[in-house]
Design a protein around this ligand. Structure first.
Ligand SMILES: N[C@@H](CCC(=O)N[C@@H](CS)C(=O)NCC(=O)O)C(=O)O
Length: 194
């Protein structure tokens, strides 16, 4: 399987998931003009031109972070229970983050006008507060075990630090806990993010 990625992008969550699941994979970076390091046009694989994009061993392509993460989780005993409410709450949190949360970072990385950036930061702060309430005093979003929702939340908290978004203090301990995972350390190192 190949993962098309950009260092530190939301594809980092999928990269961590592949390591956690112990699946064989190859990392393929993309350039700003959407050329892949293995000499292709990302748009020919994923018409949206987004990372993460997975190319499966049979040549099929799977895009969208949520679909990538559930696909990987289904191939391991970890990261997402097969049934029960924890499964659905993990998917619920992931869906919220890949849409409402992720979308509000765009004005920041696209350097939109100041007023748009201020508004986006306010919304992000509100959304992170809601996620903090969901996390509460648990170690991970849905309980004592990390799920795919945590892999994505780790990336979002990392972005919050980069863009100076005000987030509840409990994310400090959460971020450190996630950073201690061998999979996270490995993925950061492989993306050159030390
Ligand atoms: N809905 C997509 C969004 C993915 C997305 O926006 N990825 C960013 C990196 S975090 C990207 O590829 N941006 C390139 C662009 O906007 O052209 C998903 O959840 O996977």
């Amino acid at each position: 399987m190949k993962l098309f990625y950009h260092p530190g992008a939301c594809s980092l969550a999928v990269h961590i998931a592949l390591i956690e699941a112990d699946l064989p994979f190859e990392l393929v970076s993309i350039t700003r003009d959407k050329r892949t390091a293995d000499g292709r046009d990302l748009l020919s694989l994923n018409p949206h031109g987004f990372v993460p994009t997975l190319e499966l061993d049979d040549g099929n392509v799977l895009s969208e972070a949520l679909a990538n993460l559930v696909y990987i989780a289904e191939r391991t005993e970890k990261l997402l229970p097969k049934d029960g409410l924890v499964r659905w709450h993990a998917i619920e949190a992931l869906s919220f983050m890949t849409t409402e949360l992720h979308g509000n970072f765009k004005p920041l990385w696209k350097r939109a006008p100041e007023s748009e950036q201020t508004r986006a930061k306010q919304i992000l702060t509100r959304h992170f507060a809601a996620l903090a309430a969901q996390l509460g005093d648990k170690s991970f979003v849905t309980g004592a075990q990390a799920t795919i929702a945590d892999l994505y939340l780790f990336v979002m908290v990392r972005w919050a630090k980069t863009y100076d978004i005000e987030v509840p203090n409990l994310f400090d301990a959460y971020f450190s806990r996630m950073q201690e995972r061998a999979s996270v350390k490995q993925a950061l190192a492989e993306e050159g993010l030390g």
